[in-house]
Design a protein around this ligand. Structure first.
Ligand code: MRU
Length: 320
């Protein structure tokens, strides 16, 4: 299953706002439609956003083939559609870098970015599963947060790809999906993906995670990232930091799985990252709300970062 792809001149995505109730494919023909899909989280998750950004530039290159100024504006709109995941701007910029060679070259670049993410998912699944077994023993019980499956990464996924790999190896004793307030990426999307894979799981409210760890019901936390800073700080879905604190207190590994395309050597630490604020409406209809969509987990709470090429043992002083 490819959850985002280029099909007959348009971008096709699985509409993640409709899941799990309805499996609906959206065809996006314009830059405006693509940006609306990104901002509504119809397509979401860092690697998928990188691919969406690149395909968005491919759309723009076709539409504005004779208007470089309009094309430049479109590229800027795409790369800033959401601020936090580094993949979006990076994917758009990589595709835009070949605009001078024409729309077909831009599309080829976007397809290459898609293919790189597909390959990265497969590599992370293997590397991550090996590390989890090395750190936790034969049959770990894992807790994950947000959605890091194929929906977030074209195919397979990052942290959820590791969960799937452990399941296939017969080495998974259990998985808890943290529900991920307010948009329920864990309860809606991760649960939907785990069910499709035939992996038994439980959903827990976000605030239960650290308590379940304290009670000895979790052997490791494994989740993804939207940006990994040069010092190892991890930007990920709001709630990640609380799980890192819980893991630290419980003395269990806190493992971050993300492709190299999410590692951002130009951002020194989490303090330099714009955390998306998504406003009140997603949280409550009857009062004002603070709704930061991501948080920063300091590197000293991270055990290891698994990318498609490396295992960075942050707990041993290694940096991305
Ligand atoms: O707001 P979202 O749903 O796009 O946030 C996504 C996350 O925080 C994911 O954990 C992250 O992008 C990793 S995706 C493999």
């Amino acid at each position: 299953m490819r959850t985002i792809d280029w099909v007959n001149g348009a971008v096709e995505i699985i509409d993640q706002t409709a899941l799990p109730g309805e499996e609906r494919v959206l065809r996006l023909h314009t830059v405006g439609e693509l940006i609306a899909a990104i901002q509504s989280l119809a397509v979401r998750g860092a690697p998928a956003l990188g691919v969406a950004g690149a395909f968005g530039v491919a759309l723009a290159a076709r539409i504005h083939v004779d208007d470089p100024a309009a094309l430049a504006v479109a590229v800027r709109r795409i790369e800033t559609a959401r601020p936090t995941a580094v993949n979006l701007a990076r994917g758009a910029q990589r595709a835009a870098a070949v605009i001078a060679h024409g729309p077909e070259a831009v599309l080829a670049q976007a397809c290459a970015i898609r293919d790189e993410e597909i390959a990265a998912s497969a590599a992370m699944a293997r590397l991550g599963a090996d590390l989890v077994v090395a750190l936790c023993g034969a049959r770990p019980r894992l807790l994950t947060h947000c959605n890091t499956g194929a929906l977030a990464a074209v195919t397979v996924g990052t942290a959820l790809g590791v969960v799937g790999e452990l399941h296939q190896r017969g080495r998974l004793a259990g998985v808890i999906a943290s529900e991920t307030r307010p948009l329920l990426q864990g309860a809606r999307l991760t649960s939907w993906e785990l069910t499709r894979w035939g992996i038994e799981h439980r959903v827990a409210v976000d605030s239960a995670g650290p308590f379940l760890m304290a009670r000895g019901e979790v052997d490791a936390v494994i989740l993804g990232a939207d940006r990994i800073c040069a010092n190892g700080d991890v930007i990920n879905k709001i709630g990640t930091y609380a799980h890192a604190l819980g893991a630290h207190r419980a003395g269990i590994p806190f493992i971050v799985v993300a492709p190299e395309s999410t590692v951002d050597p130009y951002t020194p630490s989490g303090a330099a990252v714009e955390i998306e604020d998504r406003g009140s409406a997603e949280v409550t209809a009857w009062s004002e709300a603070a709704n930061p969509a991501f948080d920063i987990t300091p590197y000293d709470l991270v055990t290891a970062i698994v990318t498609d090429r490396r295992i960075i043992r942050v707990d041993r002083g290694e940096k991305p």
